[in-house]
Design a protein around this ligand. Structure first.
Ligand SMILES: [Zn+2]
Ligand SMILES: [Zn+2]
Length: 299
Protein backbone atom coordinates (compact mmCIF):
# COMPACT_ATOMS: atom_id res chain seq x y z
CA UNK A 1 0.00 0.00 0.00
CA UNK A 2 2.66 2.43 1.08
CA UNK A 3 4.62 1.55 -1.98
CA UNK A 4 1.61 2.12 -4.24
CA UNK A 5 1.03 5.55 -2.78
CA UNK A 6 4.59 6.59 -3.06
CA UNK A 7 4.71 5.45 -6.71
CA UNK A 8 1.51 7.39 -7.45
CA UNK A 9 2.94 10.40 -5.72
CA UNK A 10 6.05 10.22 -7.85
CA UNK A 11 3.99 9.98 -11.04
CA UNK A 12 1.80 12.92 -10.00
CA UNK A 13 4.88 14.90 -9.17
CA UNK A 14 6.28 14.06 -12.58
CA UNK A 15 3.11 15.23 -14.35
CA UNK A 16 3.10 18.38 -12.26
CA UNK A 17 6.72 18.99 -13.10
CA UNK A 18 6.10 18.43 -16.80
CA UNK A 19 3.09 20.76 -16.82
CA UNK A 20 5.18 23.35 -15.05
CA UNK A 21 7.92 22.83 -17.58
CA UNK A 22 5.55 23.18 -20.53
CA UNK A 23 4.23 26.38 -19.09
CA UNK A 24 7.72 27.67 -18.70
CA UNK A 25 9.08 26.50 -22.03
CA UNK A 26 8.98 29.72 -23.99
CA UNK A 27 9.85 28.58 -27.48
CA UNK A 28 8.87 30.16 -30.77
CA UNK A 29 10.06 31.45 -34.10
CA UNK A 30 10.11 34.48 -36.32
CA UNK A 31 6.62 34.37 -37.80
CA UNK A 32 5.30 35.99 -40.96
CA UNK A 33 2.70 38.70 -40.46
CA UNK A 34 1.71 38.70 -44.14
CA UNK A 35 -1.95 39.57 -44.66
CA UNK A 36 -2.36 41.21 -41.23
CA UNK A 37 -0.49 41.26 -37.94
CA UNK A 38 -3.15 39.17 -36.17
CA UNK A 39 -2.52 36.32 -38.62
CA UNK A 40 0.94 35.79 -37.13
CA UNK A 41 -0.67 34.60 -33.90
CA UNK A 42 -2.59 31.84 -35.63
CA UNK A 43 0.51 30.79 -37.58
CA UNK A 44 2.56 30.66 -34.37
CA UNK A 45 0.01 28.50 -32.55
CA UNK A 46 -0.27 26.08 -35.49
CA UNK A 47 3.39 25.14 -35.19
CA UNK A 48 3.51 24.84 -31.40
CA UNK A 49 4.96 28.22 -30.39
CA UNK A 50 4.50 29.59 -26.88
CA UNK A 51 6.15 32.87 -27.87
CA UNK A 52 7.11 34.53 -31.18
CA UNK A 53 8.87 37.32 -33.02
CA UNK A 54 7.40 39.37 -35.87
CA UNK A 55 8.09 42.39 -38.03
CA UNK A 56 5.34 45.02 -37.79
CA UNK A 57 6.36 46.34 -41.22
CA UNK A 58 8.75 45.42 -44.02
CA UNK A 59 12.19 44.89 -42.49
CA UNK A 60 13.83 46.53 -45.49
CA UNK A 61 11.91 49.81 -45.44
CA UNK A 62 12.42 52.88 -43.28
CA UNK A 63 8.79 53.75 -42.69
CA UNK A 64 5.33 52.25 -43.03
CA UNK A 65 1.80 53.65 -42.88
CA UNK A 66 0.54 53.95 -39.30
CA UNK A 67 -1.37 50.96 -37.95
CA UNK A 68 -5.12 51.51 -37.96
CA UNK A 69 -7.20 51.23 -34.81
CA UNK A 70 -8.81 48.08 -36.28
CA UNK A 71 -5.44 46.42 -36.92
CA UNK A 72 -4.31 47.15 -33.37
CA UNK A 73 -7.52 45.89 -31.79
CA UNK A 74 -7.60 42.73 -33.95
CA UNK A 75 -4.06 41.87 -32.88
CA UNK A 76 -4.68 42.53 -29.18
CA UNK A 77 -7.86 40.48 -29.30
CA UNK A 78 -6.26 37.33 -30.74
CA UNK A 79 -3.22 37.75 -28.49
CA UNK A 80 -5.39 37.86 -25.39
CA UNK A 81 -6.61 34.26 -25.77
CA UNK A 82 -3.53 32.86 -27.44
CA UNK A 83 -1.39 31.77 -24.49
CA UNK A 84 1.60 33.33 -26.25
CA UNK A 85 3.78 35.45 -23.99
CA UNK A 86 6.92 37.56 -23.97
CA UNK A 87 6.61 38.15 -27.70
CA UNK A 88 8.90 40.54 -29.56
CA UNK A 89 9.25 42.63 -32.67
CA UNK A 90 12.46 42.78 -34.69
CA UNK A 91 13.18 46.31 -35.90
CA UNK A 92 14.15 47.22 -39.47
CA UNK A 93 17.62 46.21 -40.67
CA UNK A 94 18.11 49.70 -42.11
CA UNK A 95 18.19 51.42 -38.72
CA UNK A 96 21.72 52.42 -37.72
CA UNK A 97 21.97 54.58 -34.62
CA UNK A 98 25.79 54.53 -34.89
CA UNK A 99 26.13 55.72 -38.49
CA UNK A 100 28.80 58.33 -39.15
CA UNK A 101 26.39 60.04 -41.56
CA UNK A 102 24.14 62.47 -39.64
CA UNK A 103 21.25 62.08 -42.04
CA UNK A 104 21.24 58.28 -41.62
CA UNK A 105 21.40 58.67 -37.83
CA UNK A 106 18.46 61.06 -37.78
CA UNK A 107 16.39 58.88 -40.08
CA UNK A 108 17.23 55.93 -37.82
CA UNK A 109 16.03 57.78 -34.73
CA UNK A 110 12.70 58.63 -36.37
CA UNK A 111 12.27 55.12 -37.75
CA UNK A 112 13.09 53.44 -34.41
CA UNK A 113 10.76 55.78 -32.52
CA UNK A 114 7.94 54.77 -34.90
CA UNK A 115 8.76 51.08 -34.36
CA UNK A 116 8.74 51.55 -30.60
CA UNK A 117 5.41 53.37 -30.83
CA UNK A 118 3.90 50.48 -32.79
CA UNK A 119 5.06 48.01 -30.11
CA UNK A 120 3.50 50.14 -27.37
CA UNK A 121 0.20 50.34 -29.30
CA UNK A 122 0.22 46.56 -29.76
CA UNK A 123 1.26 45.99 -26.12
CA UNK A 124 4.35 44.05 -27.20
CA UNK A 125 6.97 44.05 -24.43
CA UNK A 126 10.20 43.79 -26.46
CA UNK A 127 11.69 45.43 -29.56
CA UNK A 128 14.92 43.79 -30.80
CA UNK A 129 17.54 46.11 -32.31
CA UNK A 130 20.90 45.56 -33.96
CA UNK A 131 22.97 48.12 -32.01
CA UNK A 132 24.50 49.63 -35.14
CA UNK A 133 27.56 49.94 -37.30
CA UNK A 134 30.04 52.82 -36.88
CA UNK A 135 30.86 52.80 -40.63
CA UNK A 136 34.41 54.01 -40.05
CA UNK A 137 34.18 56.47 -37.17
CA UNK A 138 35.40 53.93 -34.58
CA UNK A 139 33.80 51.92 -31.75
CA UNK A 140 33.92 54.67 -29.16
CA UNK A 141 32.08 57.32 -31.18
CA UNK A 142 29.67 54.68 -32.50
CA UNK A 143 28.81 53.65 -28.94
CA UNK A 144 28.36 57.32 -27.88
CA UNK A 145 25.94 57.85 -30.76
CA UNK A 146 23.93 54.70 -29.96
CA UNK A 147 23.55 55.59 -26.27
CA UNK A 148 22.54 59.19 -26.97
CA UNK A 149 20.16 58.24 -29.76
CA UNK A 150 18.50 55.52 -27.67
CA UNK A 151 17.76 58.14 -25.02
CA UNK A 152 16.26 60.41 -27.68
CA UNK A 153 13.99 57.58 -28.83
CA UNK A 154 12.95 56.71 -25.26
CA UNK A 155 12.14 60.36 -24.56
CA UNK A 156 10.08 60.66 -27.76
CA UNK A 157 8.11 57.50 -26.92
CA UNK A 158 7.45 57.00 -23.22
CA UNK A 159 6.05 53.64 -22.15
CA UNK A 160 6.82 50.11 -21.10
CA UNK A 161 8.26 48.39 -24.21
CA UNK A 162 11.94 47.59 -23.77
CA UNK A 163 14.54 47.78 -26.53
CA UNK A 164 16.71 44.65 -26.62
CA UNK A 165 20.22 45.18 -28.00
CA UNK A 166 21.24 42.11 -29.97
CA UNK A 167 24.68 40.53 -29.61
CA UNK A 168 26.38 40.59 -33.01
CA UNK A 169 28.90 38.38 -34.85
CA UNK A 170 31.67 40.99 -35.01
CA UNK A 171 31.41 41.49 -38.75
CA UNK A 172 32.95 44.67 -40.27
CA UNK A 173 32.27 47.81 -38.24
CA UNK A 174 29.31 46.29 -36.38
CA UNK A 175 28.95 47.15 -32.72
CA UNK A 176 27.54 44.35 -30.59
CA UNK A 177 30.12 42.51 -28.47
CA UNK A 178 29.31 41.99 -24.78
CA UNK A 179 31.75 44.81 -23.89
CA UNK A 180 30.15 47.17 -26.44
CA UNK A 181 26.67 46.46 -25.09
CA UNK A 182 27.87 47.03 -21.53
CA UNK A 183 29.23 50.46 -22.56
CA UNK A 184 26.02 51.41 -24.36
CA UNK A 185 23.94 50.57 -21.30
CA UNK A 186 26.34 52.46 -19.00
CA UNK A 187 26.05 55.57 -21.15
CA UNK A 188 22.24 55.69 -21.40
CA UNK A 189 19.90 57.46 -18.99
CA UNK A 190 16.96 55.11 -19.58
CA UNK A 191 18.70 51.91 -18.45
CA UNK A 192 15.48 50.36 -17.16
CA UNK A 193 14.11 50.24 -20.71
CA UNK A 194 17.12 48.37 -22.11
CA UNK A 195 17.69 44.63 -22.27
CA UNK A 196 19.72 42.23 -24.38
CA UNK A 197 18.90 39.56 -26.97
CA UNK A 198 21.60 36.90 -27.28
CA UNK A 199 21.90 35.16 -30.65
CA UNK A 200 23.60 31.74 -30.63
CA UNK A 201 24.80 32.01 -34.25
CA UNK A 202 26.27 35.44 -33.58
CA UNK A 203 28.12 34.56 -30.36
CA UNK A 204 29.49 31.41 -32.02
CA UNK A 205 30.75 33.42 -34.99
CA UNK A 206 32.10 36.05 -32.59
CA UNK A 207 34.39 33.42 -31.01
CA UNK A 208 32.54 31.55 -28.23
CA UNK A 209 32.60 27.83 -28.93
CA UNK A 210 29.21 27.17 -27.33
CA UNK A 211 29.10 23.65 -28.77
CA UNK A 212 31.43 22.46 -26.00
CA UNK A 213 30.52 22.50 -22.28
CA UNK A 214 33.48 24.73 -21.39
CA UNK A 215 32.91 27.08 -24.33
CA UNK A 216 29.26 27.45 -23.32
CA UNK A 217 30.11 28.16 -19.68
CA UNK A 218 32.80 30.65 -20.67
CA UNK A 219 30.30 32.52 -22.83
CA UNK A 220 27.65 32.56 -20.09
CA UNK A 221 30.22 33.57 -17.46
CA UNK A 222 31.40 36.45 -19.55
CA UNK A 223 27.85 37.55 -20.28
CA UNK A 224 26.99 37.47 -16.57
CA UNK A 225 30.14 39.34 -15.57
CA UNK A 226 30.04 41.93 -18.34
CA UNK A 227 26.34 42.65 -18.85
CA UNK A 228 24.55 40.78 -16.07
CA UNK A 229 22.04 37.97 -16.47
CA UNK A 230 19.06 40.17 -15.47
CA UNK A 231 19.47 42.10 -18.74
CA UNK A 232 19.03 38.95 -20.82
CA UNK A 233 15.42 39.14 -22.05
CA UNK A 234 15.49 37.04 -25.24
CA UNK A 235 17.46 34.39 -27.09
CA UNK A 236 17.71 33.84 -30.83
CA UNK A 237 18.40 30.14 -31.36
CA UNK A 238 20.12 29.72 -34.72
CA UNK A 239 22.72 27.30 -35.99
CA UNK A 240 25.62 28.81 -37.97
CA UNK A 241 26.57 28.15 -41.59
CA UNK A 242 29.97 29.72 -40.92
CA UNK A 243 32.66 28.18 -38.70
CA UNK A 244 33.43 29.12 -35.11
CA UNK A 245 35.10 32.53 -34.86
CA UNK A 246 34.42 33.41 -38.51
CA UNK A 247 32.79 36.74 -37.53
CA UNK A 248 30.23 36.09 -40.25
CA UNK A 249 26.50 36.03 -39.68
CA UNK A 250 24.80 33.28 -41.66
CA UNK A 251 22.02 31.36 -39.93
CA UNK A 252 21.45 27.62 -40.47
CA UNK A 253 18.61 25.31 -39.42
CA UNK A 254 19.29 23.48 -36.15
CA UNK A 255 21.53 20.49 -36.76
CA UNK A 256 22.56 21.69 -40.22
CA UNK A 257 25.29 24.10 -39.23
CA UNK A 258 28.55 24.22 -37.34
CA UNK A 259 27.17 24.40 -33.79
CA UNK A 260 26.95 21.04 -31.99
CA UNK A 261 23.33 20.28 -31.14
CA UNK A 262 24.27 19.82 -27.48
CA UNK A 263 24.59 23.61 -27.30
CA UNK A 264 20.84 23.96 -27.78
CA UNK A 265 20.19 21.19 -25.26
CA UNK A 266 22.37 23.02 -22.73
CA UNK A 267 20.46 26.24 -23.31
CA UNK A 268 17.07 24.55 -22.92
CA UNK A 269 18.25 22.97 -19.66
CA UNK A 270 19.99 26.04 -18.26
CA UNK A 271 18.08 27.12 -15.13
CA UNK A 272 19.17 30.72 -15.66
CA UNK A 273 17.34 30.82 -18.98
CA UNK A 274 14.05 29.13 -18.07
CA UNK A 275 11.98 32.32 -18.26
CA UNK A 276 13.79 33.79 -21.26
CA UNK A 277 11.84 33.49 -24.56
CA UNK A 278 13.72 31.48 -27.19
CA UNK A 279 13.15 32.35 -30.85
CA UNK A 280 14.21 30.51 -34.00
CA UNK A 281 15.37 32.66 -36.90
CA UNK A 282 16.51 29.71 -38.96
CA UNK A 283 16.33 29.95 -42.76
CA UNK A 284 13.59 27.40 -43.50
CA UNK A 285 10.20 28.04 -41.84
CA UNK A 286 9.03 24.62 -43.12
CA UNK A 287 11.41 23.14 -40.55
CA UNK A 288 10.12 25.26 -37.63
CA UNK A 289 7.64 22.63 -36.34
CA UNK A 290 10.37 19.98 -36.04
CA UNK A 291 12.86 22.44 -34.60
CA UNK A 292 10.34 23.53 -31.97
CA UNK A 293 9.59 19.89 -31.12
CA UNK A 294 13.30 19.20 -30.81
CA UNK A 295 13.86 22.15 -28.48
CA UNK A 296 10.90 21.17 -26.31
CA UNK A 297 12.20 17.59 -26.12
CA UNK A 298 15.36 18.88 -24.45
CA UNK A 299 13.49 20.18 -21.39
ZN1 LIG B 1 19.08 37.37 -34.25
ZN1 LIG C 1 21.93 36.98 -37.59
Amino acid sequence: MGRYYSTKKIILKKIERNTMKNKETLVGAHISAAGGLYKSVERALEIGCTTMQIFTKSNRSWFAPALTHEEIEAFKQVMKNSGLSKIMVHSSYLINLAASNTEVRNKSITSLAKELGRCQDLEIPYLVLHPGSHTGSGDELGINHIAKNLDTVFEKVPGKTMILLETMAGQGTNIGSFAHIKSIIEQTENKDRLGVCLDTCHVFAAGYNIGTPTGYEEMMDEFCKTIGIRRLKALHLNDSKMPWGSKRDRHASLGEGEIAQTAFKRIMQDERLVNVPKILETPDPAKYPDEIKLLKSFT
